[in-house]
Design a protein around this ligand. Structure first.
Ligand code: BTN
Length: 239
């Protein structure tokens, strides 16, 4: 993979999407500072300049159809969890792809795809914000970082290279059941009774996450033993 470090940019995802036609597959845009980092659900992604990893990986012509795009979310989540584990930090994946340590968010992802002919993914921009050396999060009550977990400081350039080596090594397993198994094994709250808000029915209940269906929907079992399957934005975790 070829890393291009940018001093300041609005958002590495936005820049990757703007430059998509000219960027070869495997290009990584990494920013020391993002002025308008974008998160899920139209949220802003806050990150102190020079402290964390904020980057976007451009991948073209992956062997995925649009419904299989979830496989890429799973791969990126497993890669981050493996990266943290290699540094002694036990992380869990909060479906679909937030990474949590001890109930606090350490990493978020925004994956944006473009479609090609035949319903295949033409290009994917895997945007990852991983908190590395930031020690205080004034705007965010529920955030943490690698340094807060281990007490160590990390070089951003070498950390990104190490992460990308891991990510790259998982790519051949994109459609493998072993990758889904690693993802499921790491699911935050799996097998543990906890509170959820079903946004379709607008009701709260205590349920147990069983896993993720092949189509990427989260499966939660309610106290009556009934299984509920959710797409993104159809359920929220009550933390
Ligand atoms: C979320 O948890 O809401 C997703 C956050 C994604 C943030 C990353 S930082 C690098 C890339 N560029 C962006 O503007 N967003 C993603």
């Amino acid at each position: 993979m070829n890393i291009l470090w940018l001093d300041t940019i609005d958002s590495t995802n936005s820049e990757a999407l703007r430059r998509l036609p000219e960027l070869p597959s495997g290009t990584v845009l990494a920013a020391r500072e993002q002025t308008s980092g974008r998160g899920q659900r139209g949220n802003t992604w806050f990150s102190q300049p020079g402290k964390n990893l904020t980057f976007s990986i451009v991948l073209k012509n992956l062997p995925l159809t649009a419904p299989q795009a979830v496989r890429l979310n799973e791969l990126a989540s497993v890669a981050v969890a493996d990266f943290l584990q290699a540094r002694g930090v036990e992380a869990a994946i909060k479906w679909p792809n937030d990474i949590y340590v001890g109930g606090r968010k350490i990493c978020g992802m925004l994956i944006e795809n473009t479609l090609g002919p035949g319903g295949k993914l033409a290009a994917s921009v895997v945007g990852i914000g991983l908190n590395v050396n930031q020690k205080d999060f004034p705007q965010l009550a529920n955030a943490t970082s690698l340094t807060l977990c281990t007490g160590k400081e990390y070089g951003l350039e070498e950390s990104l290279e190490a992460f990308l080596t891991l990510f790259d090594s998982l790519l051949p397993r994109l459609l493998d059941s072993s990758l889904r198994a690693s993802y499921t094994a790491r699911l935050f709250r799996r097998g543990v009774p906890a509170r959820y808000h079903d946004l379709l029915m607008d009701r709260e209940y205590t349920g147990v996450i069983e896993g993720v269906a092949p189509d990427g929907r989260l499966c939660i079992q309610d106290p009556a033993g009934e299984r509920h399957y959710y797409q993104f934005k159809e359920v929220s975790y009550i933390l």
